[in-house]
Each structure stands twice: as C-alpha cells, then as structure tokens.
Design a protein around this ligand. Structure first.
Ligand code: AHG
Ligand code: MN
Ligand code: MN
Ligand code: MN
Length: 332
C-alpha cells in the first residue's frame, strides 16, 4: 500500500529538474481535501448545508460549502508557499499571494472548489477540481491575469477530489492518471488506481436531457443514436446524469462513456467553465486515452480570454466522442 505522498516523491524522481515544489503543492491540495471531506461528511448536522444568500460572479447562489471549500483550499495553497496566486469559480478576480515566499514561487492554481453544489443538500457526490500551471510573469513580481489565461496544453498538473461513497483524489502530471482512495480511519490517501485508462468505448451517455429541445441538431442526432435499438452495438446505451461533472466523469473514466454539456440557443457557450472545469478534466481525459472537445475544437487548445469563460464540452471514451463529433460537424 503506497500513500499519495510516497507516490509523488517516487514519481518526482522521474523529473530530475523537479524541485519538490509541485510535490508540496499537491500536499496542500491533499490536506485541504481532507478538511473539506470532513465537513461534507457531517454537512447535515454541521449547519454547513444550504445557501449563503450571496450570488457569485457566475450568477449562481453560493452554497455555504462552496465558500467553505474555496477558503480552505485558498488558505492551504497560500500557507504552503509554492503558489503565487489562484483563480476560483467563487472568486470574481484572481487572487495574488503576496508574501515574499509566495511571490517568489512559480505555480498558479485554478480551481472549482466545490463542483456539483446543487447536490450537497441531497447527499449526492460532489467534487473539487484543480488545474496547475507555471506562471509566465517573472518570479518575484505579483501574478498577472495572463498567468491564468494559458491554454490547457500548458497545464503541468490537474486533478479532482470526488467526495463520494469513498473519497478519492485523481490527478495527472502528464504521465498518466493515478487514483488514490482515502482511508477515513487514518485520513491517508492510498494508491488504488494506478495508470487509469478510459475504455475506448462504453454504453453510457451523460447529458441533461431536460435541455433536449434547446440542443443543436447534431447533439439531438447523437442522443437519438444512443437510443436506437442496435443489439450488436450494445445500443440503446444507458443514460446516467448525476449533475456533478466530477462524478459523471469519474464513472465514465472507469466504465467508459460520454459526457456532454453542449451549447444551447440561450447559452451559446454552454455552462461549464473552461479554466477550472473543462481544461483539467480534458487533461485527465487525454492522459487516460479519451478525448475532450467543444464538438469542433480540442478543449486544451483553446486560448482563454476570460477567467470565467464557458465552453461547450463533450468528453469521454474516444470512439463515442468521435461519433458525437461526426454528428455535430455533419449538422452545424
Ligand atoms: P458547480 O456546482 O461547480 O457550479 O458545477 C456544476 C456543473 C457541473 O458539475 C455539472 O455537470 C453541471 O453543472 C450540471 O448542470 P445542470 O444542472 O444545468 O445540468
Ligand atoms: Mn457553482
Ligand atoms: Mn463545477
Ligand atoms: Mn463549483
């Protein structure tokens, strides 16, 4: 049984230039995830469910746990000293860490501190998503917006924590995807899923079909493709939609499947945020043999223009995503 910390150090030896900063950073994420996990596990009795009554920049009503998770990860990342700034779904603008140690560090982190907020009060899996880059502005100066607007191909690491029937931390540094399961009795993450590979195809599609009438024709055609009775192709597929991107992605990563949050007439860029939802999940998808696209463009090649910009998102098993892309392109 190898722990997350031991695994990071072992893998660090694969990077001669690694200075241990990234290991320290991942350690801060590990610590914060345990603190958030503890609160989630007693949410119903800890007066931490429900809304704060405040609206975030997304136009969403912030949940108490959104803020708790945001503050916990922000403090842990600042305290560890390897991060010069963060951006978050729950912060209007990026946050610069100005202590001498932080200003001289080389990493920035973008995060969705609590993904699937609408599921908190009904005890359904939620998650945290993180994306790590090296700053492009000079070390020693405060971070600038451009540090956060790098394409997903520049990520040095990305991952998520899923607070589900068990709590797992899944991450990549560009050398495969590795999953760790928390032993709650010890508060230790143990390697449980090394070099995770997404099945090339699957029999599960995830999409909020309540929006069916608003979807582009190509997406409607693909949904009908999933529902056709073609036994030799194991169709109709199963429809599974949890409403937490992390939980839907994690299931598809293990079992095979496709997740879609397309554009609609009312939301031409869809709902999911490029920098702290789509890019990190895309990095994990590609590192495990899957595909992540807007339907016409590779997610990780998009040049960001705004912190909270949204993109249409189709992600999962390569053969299923390719079929969906074909239909999106055939019916623009
Ligand atoms: P968040 O809770 O961080 O705002 O993200 C919620 C996202 C994502 O987790 C999920 O896939 C999607 O919203 C669900 O949206 P709908 O409820 O519109 O289907
Ligand atoms: Mn939200
Ligand atoms: Mn989210
Ligand atoms: Mn969120």
């Amino acid at each position: 049984m190898i722990t997350l910390g031991e695994f990071i150090i072992e893998k660090q030896h694969d990077f001669p230039e690694a200075s241990g900063d990234l290991s320290g950073l991942l350690g801060a994420i590990r610590l914060a995830s345990k603190i958030v996990n503890r609160e989630i596990n007693k949410a119903g009795i800890a007066n931490i469910i429900g809304a704060t009554g405040v609206e975030n920049i997304q136009g969403e009503t912030q949940q108490k746990l959104d803020l708790y998770a945001n503050d916990t990860f922000k403090q842990a990342l600042e305290a560890r000293g390897e991060v010069c700034g963060i951006a978050s779904e729950e912060e209007d603008d990026f946050v610069s860490f100005d202590t001498k140690r932080n200003v001289n560090s080389k990493y920035i982190v973008l995060m969705d501190p609590l993904d699937g907020s609408t599921n908190i009060d009904v005890n359904v899996s939620v998650g945290t998503i993180f994306s790590i880059y090296k700053r492009i502005s000079p070390v020693g100066s405060p971070v600038i917006l451009e540090d956060f607007l790098q394409p997903g191909t520049e990520q040095v690491a990305a991952g998520y924590v899923i607070y589900g029937s068990s709590t797992m931390l899944v991450y990549t540094t560009g050398n495969g995807v590795h999953g760790f399961t928390c032993d709650p009795s010890l508060g230790v993450f143990y390697l449980s899923h090394e070099s995770m590979q997404s099945p090339k195809t699957g029999t599960c599609y995830s999409i909020n079909e309540g929006n069916y009438l608003k979807f582009p024709v190509g997406i409607k055609k693909y949904i009908k493709h999933c529902q056709e009775i073609v036994p030799e192709d194991k169709r109709p597929y199963t429809s599974r939609y949890i409403g937490s991107l992390v939980a839907d992605f994690h299931r598809n990563l293990l079992k095979g499947g496709i997740f879609m949050y397309p554009s609609t007439a009312q939301a031409p860029n869809g709902k999911l945020r490029l920098l702290y939802e789509s890019n990190p999940i895309a990095f994990l998808a590609e590192q495990s043999g899957g595909i992540a696209t807007t339907g016409t463009q590779r997610i990780m090649e998009i040049k960001p223009t705004e912190l909270h910009q949204r993109v249409p998102f189709i992600c999962g098993s390569a053969e299923m995503v390719k079929k969906a892309q074909e239909m999106v392109e055939a019916y623009p």
